[in-house]
Every structure is written in C-alpha cells, then in structure tokens.
Design a protein around this ligand. Structure first.
Ligand code: TRP
Length: 359
C-alpha cells in the first residue's frame, strides 16, 4: 500500500522545542527515510481561525513564521509539499459534505474539543465553526488519502473521528475514502514536553517556551531560570532529578558526543544523575551543559532560518507551488466525492443524458 503522510500545525505562533521533540524532528526523520510515497505538511490557518476569528492578523503573521520553522528544521521542499490550508478550497467543500456524516452529540463528545472549549471558556456559546473543526480535519486528511498522520496523543480523537466519517461516507456512497492512522511519539513525555517552569505543557500562552528561533542569549537566559529542584539550595545538597526540567530536557536532547564535548568528567546521564542525587553537583554546571546540548541542536536550525529569511521570496514560492500541488490532489478527491454522492453535473455527459431521457 502507498504510504501518504500528512501533518499540520495551526499558525498561532512560532514553533518551539516542544514541537520539535514531539513532531518536527520525527517528520525530518521520516522525510529522510524515503519510506513513503507522498508527504504533505499543512499550515492549518483556516483551523486556527476557528478559535482566533477575532484576531486574524495573528494567523496571517504566523503563516510565514511556521513555514520558516519548517524549513529551518530541515524539511525539504523537494521531498515534502508544504501548503496553506485556506488556499485549498476543496478542503472546505469536503467539510461541508462530511458535516452530514456527524451528529452534534458526536462533536460535543470529542475529548480534545471538550478540553479546548473549557480552556477557551466558550461554554454555552461555542462558535459552530470551532465545534466543526474535527470535520474539517477529516477533510484535510482524506483529501490527500493520507494514511499516516504524525500527531501528539491529544490529536488521536481527531483520527478516530476521521475514520468514523470515512466509514459512514463509504457505507452510504460507496468506497471512496481511505481510513487513516495516527502515529504518536514514542514516549509520552515527547508528546507533551513541559515548559521551562515545569508546570504544564510548553505553550505560547503560558510564556514557558524555548522557541526554535530564540537567540543564543534568549536560550541561555531561559535555561538559567529553568525550574530544577527548589530544595537543592547549596551545591552539597542532594538534588531531585524527577520533575527537574534541566534533566528532563537533557534526556530529550542529549546526543552521543555531548559528554565528550562538554562534560567529559561524566560518561553518561546515569552518572550525572547519580551525582546530582547524592549532592555536590550544582545547578549551574548542569544548566551550562544543557545550554551547550541545546545549542548543538538549535544553532544549525537558526542558521538555516537566517538563510531562508534572507531569501524570503523563495519561501513564498515554495508555499505557492506546494499549494498548487495540494490543490491538484485535493480536487481529485473532491471530484470523486461529488461523483459518489451524485452531485457532479458538468464533468461529463451523464447528467445531460439523464435529463434528456426524462424529458
Ligand atoms: N489540529 C492540529 C493541531 O492543532 C492541526 C491540524 C489541522 C492537523 N489539520 C490537520 C494535523 C491534519 C494533522 C492532520 O495541531
């Protein structure tokens, strides 16, 4: 079977190291594995509007930021098709037909949507566009016959709802749509990276992010104020590793040569952790180490971003061409869907023939 990958992000802000660990680095790995037939990456601006309709400038501004983030982590426009959701009208059309496949009760039951409604305090006045976004996501996925969706665990209800729509549609109109599968990060922590305050998921609104585009000074400042172990006051005090953000990020970003390059007194994380727990290892040492480890990852990303920023028209053309390609694919699916429902009239002669026979 063909493997068709689709992933997407809402352009509500620059992407951060949580996105990197949870999804972006995996996308780059998949891209370079060449174990796929097609790979689409979508900037979900229309979906972002469902809860930011009153702040459209934010979405418009961040479209280019997210694309720059994609390119800077190494997504290669030769291998992946990067496109903008709202510029693919077939997606909106598909959404409209899929709405018939889903009850209001089912939409209200979607756990991710429920959560988001509570967070946004929409309560009793939920915009229907927002409630419907899982249907639009089903359109995104099915339009490209995507059967592999790299997502965080919070997106699995969307995949489930997509497959329900696929089955319902196919049972009514015939086998047209393809079922899909979500691929979640290997560890739970990768799918939900906590912020530098150690409190909750890294998120723009909480101001606890390290962005992929942060300057070395910003990264340093953020690591230096990172939550560690509040009871580890003197260097000689025993420290806690669990819940300590420095160790958590080290585990996520460490590479084989990190110790040799930056902390040769230790051979591995085990040794470092043991020393910290015993006492005698200060926060400044582990924080400096983390800064180096992070910089090894972030510096090439920053460099690549700079290259693209200086060539912004090239970036514009990448998404323009990607969107053209996406339109071709999505239009094929829309044509099949409309034909299956029986609402295509001018594509071929069949409708004319029918009405001629009738009259
Ligand atoms: N809901 C996703 C998010 O918030 C973004 C998204 C929109 C998406 N359409 C998609 C992800 C299709 C995967 C496939 O991150």
């Amino acid at each position: 079977m063909n493997k068709i990958i689709l992933s997407g992000d809402r352009p509500t802000g620059r992407l951060h190291i949580g996105h990197y660990v949870g999804s972006l680095r995996n996308r780059v790995k998949m891209q370079n594995s060449s174990e796929y037939d097609k790979f689409y990456v979508m900037v979900a601006d229309a979906q972002a509007l469902t809860d930011n309709f009153d702040n459209p400038e934010k979405i418009r501004e961040n479209v280019i930021e997210v694309v720059l983030d994609y390119l800077s982590v190494g997504l290669d426009p030769q291998k992946v098709t990067i496109f903008i959701q709202s510029e693919v009208p077939a997606l909106t059309e598909l959404t409209f037909y899929y709405m018939n496949m889903v009850t209001l009760a089912r939409l209200m039951r979607n756990p991710t949507v429920k959560n988001e409604i509570a967070l946004r305090e929409f309560d009793k006045s939920i915009p229907s566009g927002f409630l419907n976004y899982p249907i639009s996501q089903a359109a995104d996925i099915t339009a490209f016959n995507a059967n592999c969706i790299p997502v965080g665990a919070d997106q699995l209800p969307m995949i489930e709802q997509t497959n329900e729509i696929v089955r319902k549609f196919n049972s009514i109109y015939g086998d047209v749509l393809v079922e899909t599968e979500g691929v979640v990060p290997q560890s739970a922590i990768e799918g939900r990276v906590p912020g530098i305050d150690g409190k909750s998921k890294m998120s723009k609104s909480l101001g606890n992010c390290i962005y992929l585009s942060d300057s070395p000074e910003e990264v340093k400042r953020k690591v230096m104020m990172m939550y560690t172990d509040p009871n580890h006051i003197k260097v000689s005090d025993p420290g806690k590793v669990e819940g300590n953000m420095v160790f958590l990020y080290l585990d996520l970003f460490i590479s084989d040569d990190s110790f040799v390059k930056y902390l040769p007194e230790y051979n591995n994380m085990e040794e470092l952790k043991t020393h910290y727990e015993k006492g005698g290892l200060g926060d400044v040492v582990i924080k400096r180490f983390l800064i180096n480890v992070l910089e090894d990852v972030l510096q090439p990303i920053r460099e690549r971003r700079k290259g693209y920023e200086q060539n912004i028209e090239l970036v514009y053309n990448i998404i323009k061409e990607g969107t053209e390609k996406a339109n071709i694919e999505a239009n094929k699916t829309l044509a099949k869907v409309k034909k299956a429902i029986g609402i295509s009239y001018f594509n071929d002669n069949s409708f004319l023939q029918e009405i001629k026979e009738k009259y």
